[in-house]
Design a protein around this ligand. Structure first.
Ligand SMILES: [Zn+2]
Ligand SMILES: [Zn+2]
Length: 190
């Protein structure tokens, strides 16, 4: 069994295109795979519908058999362009995630019995076929930020005149937002 590569390793090697790679889990007596390579942005159609992909997805995972399940561990990375939710500017963000997921071959028993002792989230692959593309794309979509921000503390746009307050200030008089906790100071506790 090989250990997963540590972060940052082997980034300069020529990368293998993984978009067509499918692994038959449990076939041929193999119980460990190392999957390292890239997914061209053109292959990531679902992700591409959510945002603009700036660089191919990087995949560096190992699959190992563990307690009758298949454990997928490693690192995924992708670079995407997103609109800042405050100032609306497009910015490029490199997203990285460490994955650790369990798969099982067969039908999800929860479909026929009440699921009992399973303490982890196991994904069932009915045909035992693990698609690198499908797996990685789902993970990439999961790590897209819900509220994208071009930078921490982005000042956003002025709500009156639309000026990007990151680059210049405007003369609009901003009403102070009422502090929702101010009223607490006025309360009298007997
Ligand atoms: Zn912004
Ligand atoms: Zn303004």
């Amino acid at each position: 069994m090989t250990e997963p590569e540590k972060s940052g390793a082997k980034r300069t090697e020529k990368r293998r295109d993984l978009s067509q790679v499918k692994i038959e889990l449990g076939s041929g007596g193999v119980d460990s795979w190392k999957i390292e390579g890239m997914l061209p942005d053109s292959s990531l159609a679902e992700l591409g519908a959510e945002c603009k992909i700036k660089a191919p997805g990087l995949v560096d995972v190992v699959i190992t058999k563990e307690r009758g399940l298949w454990r997928v561990q490693g690192e995924l990375e992708i670079s995407v362009e997103l609109p800042c939710s405050r100032c609306l500017a497009q910015y490029t963000s490199s997203l990285m995630t460490n994955v650790d997921r369990f798969f099982a071959v067969g039908q999800d028993p929860a479909l026929s019995f009440g699921q009992t002792e399973m303490d982890t989230d196991v994904m069932f692959l009915e045909d035992g076929e693990f698609s690198v593309l499908r797996f990685a794309e789902e993970e990439y979509i999961l790590i897209l930020p819900m509220i994208p921000l071009c930078k921490e503390g982005c000042l956003g746009l002025c709500q009156c005149c639309g000026t990007d307050k990151n680059s210049k200030s405007c003369n609009c008089i901003q009403e102070e937002k009422p502090n929702p906790f101010a009223i607490l100071g006025k309360m009298k506790i007997d």
